[in-house]
Design a protein around this ligand. Structure first.
Ligand code: SAM
Length: 277
């Protein structure tokens, strides 16, 4: 794997959020992690004949896990080159026999030669400047009868302005993602598709001890991967990850998430011939 040059604390601080996640090889998961992946796979009938695209795959977790449990093939794309480097590293190390590839590409302009049976967007669309535009691209890239898999967060209580601003600054999530963030508004992006499976989930906050143990495991592994032995650089990476996780943790009382399996059929889309409930 190409080594990423990290020789100062400044380097760590100046990386964008996706590049930092890529550097430390954080297994950036959809909310609910393995459990969500299992439900999405079962209710979308994912199997070894399926071909799945993951949009905004980060370090490759969802596609890798889908492929490991079902034998599906697929492509993961992300705009962050550092994340894609790590996705390839993880594939070699944790799922070497899977038929999956990772590519650095912009979701808006990615143009595959064949449509996919499944597209995983997870909770990622809110990281896109225009979620609607990315959703339209997904509709163009999905097979007739194919499934779009999504796990968006929504707000159950207004997120305090200070937290929203910090999330915007530290994670690069557009401020617009915090307005119109109720369940109904979030579902507007998805409910022109057929809702084959839906489950709403509450979030439980992690303790400081849980966050610190997680950060210690992730940063120790990252230092091994990049042959980093400098304690100051370890500390800077650890500090940045703990800060990010604590900030994300602070949003938990205001949010829930929904697991969605959505079917696209040419003969139905964008109409809805069943009541929502
Ligand atoms: C939160 S992370 C993904 C985490 C995880 N896959 C999930 O389900 O929540 C969002 C990812 O979207 C990527 N992303 C943002 N804009 C993109 C674009 N235009 N094309 C491809 N990837 C993009 C970011 O680089 C980032 O890695």
């Amino acid at each position: 794997m190409t080594k990423i040059k990290i020789n100062s604390i400044k380097c760590i601080e100046s990386l964008s959020y996706p590049d930092f996640i890529g550097l430390i090889n954080q297994w950036n998961t959809p909310p609910g992690s393995y459990s969500t992946i299992s439900k999405l796979a079962i209710f979308s009938h994912l199997n070894k004949n399926s071909n799945l695209l993951e949009v905004g795959c980060s370090t490759g977790f969802s596609l890798r896990e889908f492929s490991s449990i079902t034998g599906c093939s697929g492509v993961g794309i992300d705009i962050s080159r550092n994340s894609i480097k790590m996705a390839n590293y993880n594939k070699q190390k944790y799922a070497p026999n899977s038929q999956i590839v990772y590519k650095a590409a912009d979701g808006y302009s990615y143009n595959p030669s064949n449509p996919f049976s499944h597209i995983m967007v997870g909770g990622n669309l809110k990281f896109f400047g225009s979620p609607e535009k990315m959703m339209s691209r997904c509709i163009e890239m999905i097979k007739d009868g194919g499934f779009i898999l999504a796990t968006p967060y929504y707000e159950v209580k207004r997120t305090p302005e200070k937290i929203a601003k910090n999330i915007h600054k530290m994670l690069g999530i557009p401020m617009s993602a915090f307005s119109n963030f109720t369940y109904k508004k979030v579902m507007d992006l998805y409910n022109k598709l057929e809702i084959i499976f839906e489950e709403r989930k509450t979030l439980t906050q992690e303790t400081n001890q849980e966050i610190e143990y997680y950060a210690q495991s992730v940063i120790s592994r990252a230092c091994k991967i990049h042959s980093i032995t400098n304690q100051d650089i370890y500390d800077a990476m650890y500090k940045r990850l703990v800060k990010i996780r604590k900030l994300i943790n602070s949003t938990r009382p205001y949010q829930e998430y929904v697991i969605l399996v959505l079917r696209y059929r040419k003969s139905v889309y964008p109409n809805r011939y069943t009541a929502l409930f």
